[in-house]
Design a binder for this molecule. Structure first.
Ligand SMILES: Cc1cc2nc3c(=O)[nH]c(=O)nc-3n(C[C@H](O)[C@H](O)[C@H](O)COP(=O)(O)OP(=O)(O)OC[C@H]3O[C@@H](n4cnc5c(N)ncnc54)[C@H](O)[C@@H]3O)c2cc1C
Length: 445
């Protein structure tokens, strides 16, 4: 599998991975064809995931700029077409309490506002007619140990008092009787805004809207070389050179090794693995008391997440391999299946029908950053830390404002570069250490 820390390109025109989403979503919508001749544009966006497509859509609609999006493979071939489809009212891994301590109340509120705006923008775009199989609203953050409930209650209190968020606290008994009888769950808090959807159909819907607004999307157009001639950014693809005044890097966890000086050594791509089971029978659903299709995530350092899909399969996810070389090893899917069975012992005989993984983009400070070079000719947005389905849309909108020379809110999301990883070549060693620390923490503390 493509490994962004080792490979110089994610390939060209590679097919979608064998995911559940690729199987159930029908044919991909039309795009504008691979680049097959030289081209000059005002703005080029690299990567046709949510970030790139949202940026293209907002550039066209709100600023009259018709960008060209260059995608190496297929639309949403990266994370956007292979995620769990959780719309979460959050971004990054940094707790609000830490934001308040570091930057004060105003900044914390500003970041929260941007996260909610992400969810609102997703909903607004869906309401324009994107059919993406949305499920009932609700995001359950589950305590994986009794001792984790206090921290969840504190989190709920902080968000209720500072932002007026509506968050319910559910005891173990309430959770197991009203939502699902998860044997690893000891209570939960429940956010009303989160929900599940089909992530690939969502991306395809964004592409249709962006093209209707005048943007061009070119799949099968990997950028394999890039330099600046002083006036223009010059991007090489297999069959044509694309020159532009401004370039947006929207490659997130799929950014190839050494791609651009502005971002090199500033992200850590981490594999997240998903399995999707066979459909559960009525008897199996009843035995697990699986009443909800709310999206579920636990409190572990190394998180597990799941949801019941519209056809009664369970999607179950967690960390995957460390390197691309080992990504397809069935060990990682089997490990998830084993954990799923500890949550729902009634599913002891169930198997999975689909297994795949993808590169989540981690940032050293656990926050996404939308930033640019001094000359305002190269821009990027990345580092969503595994929760970018909703925020990437807001990020794309803010990116478009930056590209168009408009001002954006004065927040660390937008006014600070991604911090560099110390000893960047050793990022994988650090990740290996964190996985071991996480395992011990989750088991013993
Ligand atoms: C298994 C998994 C589960 C996840 N679940 C959730 C979830 O439930 N909720 C949530 O909020 N987040 C989730 N995420 C994270 C979320 O999917 C991402 O934050 C989001 O999709 C990022 O979108 P993006 O457009 O920035 O990047 P991507 O969708 O990764 O798009 C980047 C694109 O850039 C292209 N590219 C790279 N290099 C080049 C090049 N040289 N030339 C041209 N194109 C190039 C790639 O082909 C790729 O299509 C999950 C991620 C994974 C992997």
């Amino acid at each position: 599998m493509y490994d962004p820390l080792h490979d110089l390109t994610p390939g060209c025109n590679e097919p979608y991975p064998a995911s559940y989403w690729a199987d159930v979503s029908g044919p991909a919508p039309a795009h504008d064809g691979a680049i097959n001749a030289d081209l000059t544009a005002d703005v080029v966006i690299i990567g046709a995931g949510y970030t790139g497509l949202s940026c293209a859509l907002h550039l066209a609609r709100e600023h009259g700029i018709k960008a060209h999006v260059l995608e190496a493979n297929q639309t949403a071939w990266g994370c956007s077409g292979r995620n769990a489809g959780f719309i979460l009212p959050s971004s990054g891994r940094k707790p609000f309490s830490q934001m308040a301590a570091q930057w004060g109340d105003e900044v914390m509120r500003g970041i929260h506002q941007e996260m909610l705006a992400g969810v609102d923008t997703v909903n607004a775009l869906i309401n324009e007619g994107i059919e993406c199989d949305q499920q009932a609203k609700g995001y359950l953050k589950v305590a994986h140990k009794p001792s984790k409930m206090n921290a969840l209650i504190e989190q709920a209190k902080l968000q209720q008092s500072r932002f007026g968020d509506q968050i319910e606290v559910l005891s173990q008994q309430q959770l197991r009787s009203q939502y699902m009888d998860d044997q690893n769950a000891y209570g939960a808090i429940r956010y009303r805004q989160g929900f599940g959807l089909n992530p690939l159909k969502l991306a395809w819907g964004y592409q249709n809207l962006a093209r209707q607004a005048g943007a061009k999307v070119h799949c099968g157009s990997a950028v394999v070389d890039w330099h600046s001639d002083g006036k223009q950014q010059v991007l090489h693809t297999a069959q044509g050179i694309v020159s532009a005044k401004k370039v947006v890097i929207a490659t997130n966890g799929y950014t190839p090794k050494g791609f651009h000086g502005l971002i090199n050594g500033r992200t850590l791509p981490v594999l997240s693995q998903i399995i999707v089971t066979e459909p559960l029978s009525d008897a199996q659903l009843a035995a697990c008391n699986l009443l909800t299709s709310n999206v579920v995530m636990d409190t572990r350092a190394l998180k597990y997440y799941y949801r019941k899909l519209p056809d009664n399969r369970l999607l179950f996810g967690g960390r995957g391999a460390i390197s691309g070389k080992s990504a397809a090893d069935p060990y990682y899917a089997q490990r998830l299946l084993a954990v799923l069975k500890t949550s729902f012992p009634a599913l002891a005989s169930i198997n999975y029908s689909y297994a795949w993984s993808g590169w989540v983009c981690m940032a050293l400070d656990d926050l996404p950053h939308i930033y640019q070079n001094q000359q305002q000719s190269v821009f990027y947005s990345m580092g969503y830390c595994g929760s970018g389905v909703s925020f990437s849309v807001q990020a794309g909108k803010r990116l478009a404002e930056k590209v168009a020379g408009r001002s954006v809110p004065n927040l660390p999301l937008y006014n600070k570069a991604l911090p560099k990883f110390p000893l960047a070549p050793l990022r994988r060693v650090g990740q290996w250490g964190y996985f071991h620390y996480g395992k011990i923490k989750d088991q013993w503390f």
